[in-house]
Write a protein of this length. Structure first.
Length: 224
């Protein structure tokens, strides 16, 4: 590394089923990390770059059966590749920490475990779209399907295609995320997400501090 070049940023993703609180926890973590003096980029999937946001509209709107599962996986990976190349990697190279609401694990869970696409095909697509640029830490927020549905019903915003999928599908997703975590324990942490936002955030923060202890050595109250 040349003198004065920034240290590479860190990449954190949030995963989990509908209503698990990923967006809330990503936002709270960004604020906490900024309070530690770190530069932060908050992003999401599908989306995150102008092109990927256009693809997002195709994926989250419309009928549940709008797409054949493999076609849907291809769209997700097209959006992901653009997001990664145009937004995530440049930020990391400039020392910015990236916090993403969903990333590649969601495609494996939804289109693989949930909709039955061959996981070998999905892993090949992931390798093409992502290569080795997987998150440094993935926080999987786990919540019972009925509890997640209850939370989504309280939201003011429009319901997405994914929230309209039935409970059997969402149970497959939940088990898929748990299987992903079991397969990659070095990267993934499963956190119980049924509590209030503050208690879940503290569990998130403990996991982040444990993973990046050498880089997060000063804690400043973000409200102070």
């Amino acid at each position: 590394m040349s003198p004065g070049a920034p240290t590479r940023g860190r990449f954190i993703s949030f995963e989990g089923g509908e209503g698990a609180g990923k967006s809330t926890q990503a936002r709270l973590l960004c604020r906490r990390l900024e309070g530690c003096g770190l530069k932060i980029l908050a992003t999401r999937e599908p989306g995150g770059s102008p092109g990927a946001e256009e693809i997002r509209g195709l994926l989250v709107c419309g009928r549940v059966d709008r797409w054949e599962p493999l076609s849907e996986a291809l769209l997700h990976n097209a959006a992901r590749h653009d997001h990664l190349q145009r937004v995530i990697l440049p930020a990391l190279e400039n020392g910015v920490w990236v916090v993403s609401d969903r990333f590649a694990d969601s495609t494996l869970a939804y289109q693989g475990y949930g909709q039955g696409v061959d996981t070998k095909k999905l892993n090949l697509l992931r390798d093409l779209a992502v290569g080795g640029a997987m998150p440094d830490l993935t926080l999987i927020l786990d919540i019972a399907v009925d509890d997640g549905f209850a939370r989504t019903k309280r939201r003011a915003e429009a319901t997405s295609r994914y929230e309209k999928m039935n409970s059997a599908m969402h149970e497959k997703l939940r088990q898929g995320f748990l299987a992903i975590a079991q397969a990659e324990p070095g990267r993934c942490r499963v956190l119980e997400a049924s509590g209030n936002a503050e208690s879940v955030h503290e569990a998130v923060w403990r996991s982040v501090r444990a993973r990046f202890a050498a880089e997060i050595d000063v804690e400043i109250d973000p409200d102070g």
